[in-house]
Design a protein around this ligand. Structure first.
Ligand code: SAM
Length: 271
């Protein structure tokens, strides 16, 4: 299974450019961004524009909860030393590095935005100087057409990525295809809080505070942080994600809500 790592190593060089045009207009975000034409292209441009401040914005705007949510994914994945792990839509590699710490046999981060991967590779290099164990490899790739053989992975994770994919059901079917029997898929995604008070506070914060402060921190003009709340409120509920997992032939579906339902982890197994 290590063949594909050969093409995944980082050769250094400058970070790709972070300058970009507007990916989403105010008008487009009044509708359903998941139904907009060229969603994949807009998503890629948007993450290219915010990559340089992505981690800082995550920490600040989740009140430092985001890493705790990712750590919960790692705990639920029950990684063994024999596991081959793919972190799809890995972005700047935060979850990939936490998974690497759990000591799997092999760990690959994949994403279609080169600017995000460039940050992940730099972080992994630094991480490797401080930790023992396998340093993750990073490779550019698309969740809807994964360039990996059938049954070549034991764990597939995707954190805050499935919402950004053009057709989540195709991506989930791809996850099922590349998993070996007994393998696990874990999807971490924002959800609407179940608690009414948390839901009201969260709605105010994500619609009226965060888009301004996060755009300012990132110097962003792509519309990424106005897309974020809209993409959450118009996305599939956890129950619908469970149905997609079932349709892909996955079983033993479990869902765990966190922080008053602000995020949900969906776990399923390949029979
Ligand atoms: C919100 S970020 C999440 C990054 C990371 N997983 C984390 O926990 O912070 C979403 C990522 O999904 C990636 N993405 C969106 N659609 C994708 C696709 N079809 N294939 C691969 N990556 C995709 C974006 O490039 C972006 O890096």
């Amino acid at each position: 299974m290590h063949g594909f790592y050969a093409s995944a190593s980082y050769h250094g060089g400058p970070m790709p450019s972070t300058k970009t045009d507007r990916a989403w207009t105010q008008e487009e975000l009044k509708g359903n961004p998941h139904e907009e034409a060229n969603k994949a292209d807009r998503v890629r441009r948007m993450f290219g524009a915010i990559a340089h401040r992505y981690d800082l914005n995550n920490r600040v705007h989740s009140a430092w909860q985001d890493q705790a949510w990712r750590r919960r994914v790692v705990a639920m994945a029950k990684i063994t030393p024999q596991d081959r792990v793919l972190d799809m839509a890995c972005g700047t590699g935060d979850l990939t590095l936490l998974l690497a710490k759990a000591g799997p046999e092999a760990i690959l981060g994949m994403d279609f935005t080169e600017e995000m991967l460039a940050h992940a590779r730099v972080k992994a290099k630094r991480w490797g100087q401080r930790h023992q164990g396998r340093i993750p490899d990073f490779q550019q790739g698309d969740a809807m057409a994964i360039d990996l053989p059938d049954q070549s992975m034991d764990v597939v994770t995707i954190a805050f990525g499935i919402r950004n994919v053009t057709d989540p059901s195709i991506a989930i079917a791809e996850f099922a295809r590349i998993l070996a029997p007994g393998g696990r898929v874990l999807i971490l995604e924002f959800s609407e809080p179940t608690n009414r008070l948390i839901r009201a506070c969260n709605a105010f914060y994500t619609r009226h505070v965060m888009p301004w402060t996060a755009s300012w921190l990132a110097g962003d003009r792509s519309g990424a942080y106005r897309y974020l709340p809209r993409s959450i409120s118009t996305f599939a509920e956890p129950r619908e994600l469970g149905v997609m997992m079932q349709a892909a032939g996955l079983t033993h579906i479990q869902q765990q809500r966190m922080t008053g339902g602000m995020c949900t982890i969906s776990l399923a197994t390949k029979p």
